[in-house]
Ligand binder design. Structure first.
Ligand code: MRU
Length: 368
């Protein structure tokens, strides 16, 4: 997508320096800045603190972090042993180096446990790195490119569901910021808009991190797509009044039977959509599917700090970013980051291989 007229990915790796650069999503929508992560530890921290976030972007970040670990481990042998420079990452590793790579993989995989794309990426890049450091880098770059192509195809397939004049409700941010480019749930919206369809998007604010209010709204504004931010609890009102034609959300992990983990609050929207006969679609690349689990009960739900519920941040009247408490002092808060929508609530899943029914057989065929 374009920022100030220039095409921009959300995250990228410089092969030569080993630096992973990313749009700082915590600074948006108030400031557009790039955050540089010099080591795989830095990239892990960026994933945990959500400087980069969203299923697809987390996957790319994890792949890049794994590649950084191979660069680090072969540049100085990891943990102080001398490997003799990047060229020696030729797949013949010392026990210390191997241990370094395994520990790095564990560290990366512990950052955001629900996000399937993260595990998909670490596995692929780790296996490539077992051949050589160059292969690890190539694989991480390939995965990022694949992420872009898949997101664009999701847009093309999903576009057929969007008719001229449609009002679309989305939850969280599954736009280009949540991927390397284009996004999942918003990709069909971008394609439909490019084709000249008149659209209107309701962006759920998505407490506690407000990805909808801060990020989805910012993206849609940049693209010139009419939209408004709605409180998280407005779904039943909007749908009961016939104000929503379709709900499209992203996904963080999809079980073999189509049960889908996505940002907390998604399940509520699915229940309401079914109640009022509104189609409810999930958009996700195949790298989000976890065919090793039969259903959503096996999906580990990340619990995040209660601080995220208690505090909000934003600029004061002078433009200085302030963090303020918005809950009753002394009360605790519970902050599960995701919920699981059972497959029976899902009208279909928009993938890069087409739109599939949310059931085990269709998913198996789509996944090849
Ligand atoms: O903002 P996150 O990383 O906690 O949330 C993950 C997501 O991005 C959403 O659940 C999204 O809908 C998945 S697809 C980008």
């Amino acid at each position: 997508m374009k920022v100030e007229g220039k095409p921009h990915r959300t995250i990228w790796l410089d092969d030569k320096t080993g630096i992973v650069s990313m749009i700082d999503q915590n600074a948006l929508p108030f400031e557009f800045k790039i955050h540089d992560a010099k080591t795989h530890h830095d990239t892990c921290r960026a994933i945990i603190t959500m400087i980069t976030r969203g299923a697809g972007a987390i996957g790319a970040a994890a792949g890049f972090a794994m590649a950084q670990a191979f660069l680090e481990g072969t540049r100085d042998g990891g943990r102080g042993t001398r490997g003799g420079g990047r060229g020696t990452g030729d797949g013949i590793y010392t026990a210390l180096q191997l241990d370094f790579f395994v520990q790095a993989r564990k560290e990366i995989e512990a950052t955001r446990p629900t996000a399937r794309n993260l595990f998909h990426a670490t596995e692929k890049v780790f296996n490539a790195g077992m051949k050589s450091t160059d292969e690890a880098i190539k694989e991480a770059q390939r995965l990022a490119d694949e992420n872009v192509v898949a997101a664009l195809k999701i847009g093309e397939y999903g576009n057929v569901l969007i008719k001229d004049g449609f009002h679309i409700l989305t939850h969280c941010n599954a736009g280009w910021l949540g991927f390397v480019d284009y996004g999942s749930a918003l990709s069909p919206v971008y394609v439909a808009h490019e084709q000249g369809k008149k659209l209107f998007v309701y962006a759920d604010e998505t407490r506690p991190r407000s990805q909808g209010a801060r990020l989805t709204a910012w993206e849609l504004m940049k693209e010139g797509i009419p939209h408004t931010i709605v409180p998280d609890n407005a779904g039943a009102y909007l749908m009961s009044k016939g104000m929503v034609d379709i709900v499209i959300v992203g996904a963080d992990r999809i079980a073999a039977n189509g049960d889908t983990a996505n940002k907390i609050g998604t399940f509520e929207k699915a229940i309401i959509a079914r109640e009022f006969g509104v189609p409810f679609y999930v958009a996700a690349p195949l790298s989000t599917f976890d065919l090793s689990i039969s259903d959503g009960s096996h999906i580990l739900i990340e619990e995040r700090s209660e601080e995220e519920v208690h505090y909000q941040s934003g600029p004061d009247e002078e433009g200085i970013i302030r963090k303020i408490r918005v809950t009753s002092p002394g009360s605790t808060a519970f902050n599960p980051a995701f919920d699981v929508t059972p497959a029976e609530y899902v009208s279909g899943i928009i993938t890069e291989n087409g739109i599939v029914k949310a059931n085990a057989e269709s998913i198996r065929v789509a996944a090849g």
